[in-house]
Design a protein around this ligand. Structure first.
Ligand SMILES: [Zn+2]
Length: 881
């Protein structure tokens, strides 16, 4: 039976279906797309407008008599960076002003009289107001104008001025002038005669999500966060918002019929996720239309309003909603796009009667990730295709094929859920060129929660190319390396490129074929131990050597400080990565010496990384640079060996034992000083009834059938219905059946499971070892989009109501009975284990059968676990091999 990580399975199977769809758009070179690009910058006489002489200000910053908050913040930004660069204290004054040379910022009286053209944006036939255009212009030697077409554009003007005219580039969020900023001190500063009018290609741009690091603690009035340094602005709304248009708190009491029918009853939800309104109800259509029309009435500059499914599923199953679906659709596998597009079309039609030029954005996500097949999109709709579980290209193609004329992309770069950095600036550049070249790209929303020292350069590439996709990412990257790492730029470039080379190789090997090249979602393998597969053990070694060389060369204090941070974080990544590859190869070991050596190495990495996590990753200054949480990171604890390492050693020892059960090494290992090695060796012997060297007998290697099965009624022979738990409102179904059991008279059958598990809790103690196994077969119905059900075995270690740790492995059943086995070692504090046989997104026409579930406690001494997180001392670590 093939074992793969649950989520990587999801993405691979999902992406495979894309190949069969033949249609691909023609991708034009970026310079050939139908778009009115901003005019080239006009640069004239040097030294035309003098800003500072010998550190003394030669001009003031002038803002309107009644400045907006935004204009005040931009003035503060200018003042802060003018002081850092020139050493001068520049005064901010409000109009009316007549005191000599000045930088006029925002919608000042002076700038209002400047004749600057901000033509509407033309994407082919679509015309939109130029909401993000800005101008930086030297009217004369005393007048420099920085303003946006609208208030928000003043941001882009101010930040563009700081970047290009003051020469400040900000790569990591730090205090102004900190290690994230790069600039040269220039006591004498002037700018040439200049007329710079600019606007971005993507009218809606987002890079970022949660503020972090310095941004978290910044004070009121400090210059804003990275969002504006990246010159972002989200004009195309598309976020989850059914919950705010049809709020349960407003309508739940009086109109329960607006909410979903699930399991045959109306369900009035309480939160914002895992439910959708009853979209077949005409009053729901009218309410949404009224609210959207009102929002457009209030704001004449608003281009777009969202009308987007809530996060999670919870689709209505009433007859009227089901009638809006295609015959092949299924709420369990979340292929219900047609009903929502019909609903959104109906709202869009009503909105268009009042506001024909405004757009409606929605996430092509969850239940809407596949395009509709029985209905065309209203021309005002803008789907934001979410590349979750699939790469960009195939999904983008399929929505274009379904008739989308204006599209956005919702991408993920969430280092919060990864220890491994996904280093992919070139992948990002390719994606942007693809979207732009397809002619329909209008917005790009990138969730970006970076570990800045490791992959801020991907964010820079995305942000710069969203503004101007004609830019060359290699030039952007070269500038990043030389700006941030000076004398060590070459070594640092080699470090990042070493990581990216492995990433690109992984992409090629695991992505479905597409004429434009490979692509997978950056989110694939998130909070999954398998995430380290993107970086080979050799690649990680090479990368670490480049960092060592870079540090040796670095002499500038800021450069040294930056590389030291990169190195400190990457050292942790390296340990985790090395452990992963040992874990991956251990189960295939065919001889005891190899298994022993790999087991010792894996344990050494496991223990060292846990200590390093406490001592370095969770302490400043490193803590402020990463947001990593969730498993596997959260499960790394001092004094606790990761479950994956335990399992790999158990499986490796079993494999080596099967190859050579008479090796005298087994006796030695069962008495090893390392308690984990000793227990695993004892377990192999115990499971094969061999406890002493003089009883070694090559023929006596069959598992001990006398061990007690702790899983009561694991053969379902009592006929009692097993307990089922559901992670979603939608309940699955289970029954005992006499249909083709694996053994005995009965087995369990599961059907209609959106996200359900057969569950049993079994008393257990800490440090014990178990083998958990069951038999499974299935009848698959993947539907037209080839979305197969997902199966897995999850084991939770519990202490009362608390889950101490858990492990999950995917199971891929076939039509024939197959056995799945998993070893499990309980952590400190365990009082019970919970065994869950999971069935997810099972199509209504699919079935699965489970039989002979077995949980066996291996008769070995439990590990003595302290369960303390106070930290190991160096002497607790096993000796180096
Ligand atoms: Zn309904």
């Amino acid at each position: 039976m093939r074992l793969v990580a649950l989520l990587s399975m999801l993405s691979l199977v999902l992406s495979r279906q894309a190949e069969s769809k033949e249609w691909h758009p023609k991708i034009l070179p970026v310079t050939k797309v139908d778009f009115n690009w901003a005019p080239p910058k006009q640069v004239g006489e040097p030294g035309y407008f003098i800003i500072a002489k010998e550190g003394k200000p030669q001009c003031k910053i002038v803002i309107p008599a009644q400045p907006s908050n935004n204009e005040q913040r931009c003035a503060l930004l200018l003042q802060t960076y003018l002081r850092l660069v020139t050493g001068g204290n520049f005064e901010i004054v409000q109009e009316p002003y007549s005191g000599g040379p000045a930088i006029y910022l925002g919608q000042t009286e002076v700038s209002r009289h400047t004749a600057t053209e901000f033509p509407p944006i033309h994407y082919g036939k679509l015309t939109l107001p130029n909401v993000h255009g800005f101008v930086i212009k030297t009217e004369n030697r005393d007048t420099l104008i920085i303003r946006g077409n609208l208030d928000i554009g003043t941001n882009y003007g101010a930040y563009s001025f700081v970047r290009e005219c003051l020469g400040v580039r900000r790569y990591w969020p730090t205090e102004p002038g900190g290690i994230g900023d790069v600039y040269e001190v220039k006591p004498n500063l002037s700018i040439p005669k200049l007329n710079w009018v600019d606007w971005p290609y993507f009218i809606s741009r987002h890079v970022g999500f949660n503020p972090k690091g310095w941004e978290l603690s910044r004070k009121e009035g400090d210059p804003p966060w990275m969002f504006f340094w990246y010159r972002c602005g989200t004009t195309l709304s598309m976020m989850h918002n059914f919950f705010s248009l049809i709020p349960p708190e407003e309508y739940g009491q009086t109109h329960p019929e607006y909410f979903p029918e699930i399991n045959g009853i109306r369900y009035v939800p309480t939160g914002k996720i895992n439910w959708q309104p009853c979209v077949s109800n005409p009053e729901v259509v009218q309410i949404c239309a009224d609210k959207i029309i009102a929002a457009f009435d209030r704001d004449p500059n608003r281009i777009c309003h969202a009308l987007s499914v809530n996060d999670g599923a919870g689709h209505c199953e009433c007859a009227n909603c089901r009638a809006m679906d295609t015959p092949e659709s299924d709420t369990n596998t979340a292929q219900v796009t047609d009903r929502y597009v019909k609903f959104i079309n109906a709202v869009a039609e009503k909105v268009a009667s009042k506001h024909p030029d405004r757009l409606i954005g929605f996430l092509a996500y969850g239940g809407l990730r596949f395009p509709p097949t029985t209905v065309k999109l209203h021309p005002n709709l803008v789907p934001f295709y979410c590349a979750m579980g699939r790469g960009l290209y195939s999904g983008w193609d399929s929505w274009m094929q379904a008739g989308a004329k204006n599209m956005g992309h919702y991408g993920y770069h969430d280092d919060r859920w990864f220890i491994i950095p996904k280093i992919n600036p070139h992948q990002e550049a390719r994606r942007i060129r693809y979207m732009v070249g397809s002619g329909v790209a209008r917005g790009y929303y990138k969730e970006f929660n970076p570990t800045y020292p490791l992959d801020a350069h991907a964010a820079i590439v995305v942000a710069e190319m969203m503004w101007d996709p004609r830019l060359d990412e290699n030039k952007i990257l070269a500038r990043y390396y030389s700006d941030m790492f000076g004398e060590s730029a070459k070594e640092m470039q080699n470090f990042y490129e070493t990581l990216e080379r492995d990433y690109e190789k992984w992409l090629k090997e695991t992505s479905p074929p597409h004429p434009y090249g490979p692509d997978r979602s950056d989110l694939d393998l998130d909070h999954d131990y398998a995430q380290f597969q993107v970086l080979t053990a050799e690649g990680a070694d090479r990368a670490l050597r480049w960092l060592t060389k870079a540090l040796e060369k670095a002499h500038d204090p800021k450069v040294r400080q930056r590389i030291t941070i990169v190195e400190a974080i990457f050292r942790f990544v390296h340990m985790c990565d090395q452990e992963y590859w040992l874990v991956r190869s251990l189960p295939d070991c065919k001889n005891v010496a190899e298994a022993e050596q790999k087991a010792r190495q894996a344990l050494r990495y496991a223990r060292t990384k846990a200590k390093y996590k406490v001592d370095v990753m969770e302490k400043d200054p490193i803590k402020q640079w990463h947001l990593i949480y969730r498993e596997p990171y959260d499960m790394i604890k001092v004094g606790e060996i990761p479950q994956e390492v335990h399992q790999a050693i158990d499986r490796g020892f079993e494999s080596a034992f099967n190859a050579n059960p008479v090796d005298p090494a087994w006796k030695r290992l069962s008495e090893d000083d390392d308690p984990v090695i000793a227990q695993s060796a004892q377990a192999v012997l115990a499971m094969h009834k061999i406890s002493a060297p003089n009883s070694l007998n090559a023929t006596d290697t069959t598992p001990d059938s006398g061990l007690q099965n702790l899983y009561e009624d694991g053969g379902f022979e009592s006929g009692r219905k097993p307990e089922l738990v559901n992670d979603e409102p939608k309940k699955g179904s289970v029954a005992c059946t006499r249909e083709r059991p694996h053994s005995g008279q009965r087995c369990a059958m599961l059907w209609d499971c959106k996200s359900s598990s057969i569950i049993k809790r079994i008393p257990a103690g800490p440090g014990e070892k178990y083998w958990i196994s069951f038999w499974i077969r299935s009848l698959e119905y993947p539907g037209p989009n080839n979305v197969p059900a997902l199966y897995g075995l999850r084991v939770n270690a519990r202490s009362g109501t608390r889950v101490l740790n858990w492990v999950r492995e995917a199971v891929v059943p076939t039509g024939d009975w197959q056995e799945f086995r998993m070893p499990y070692t309980t952590p400190a504090g365990t009082d019970s284990i919970e065994v869950l046989i999971q069935v997810l997104r099972q199509h209504a026409r699919a079935r699965a059968w489970v039989d002979d579930v077995s949980v066996v406690r291996v008769p070995v001494e439990p590990l003595k676990l302290s369960g303390s997180t106070s930290g190991l001392t160096e002497t607790d670590l096993p000796p180096e091999n």
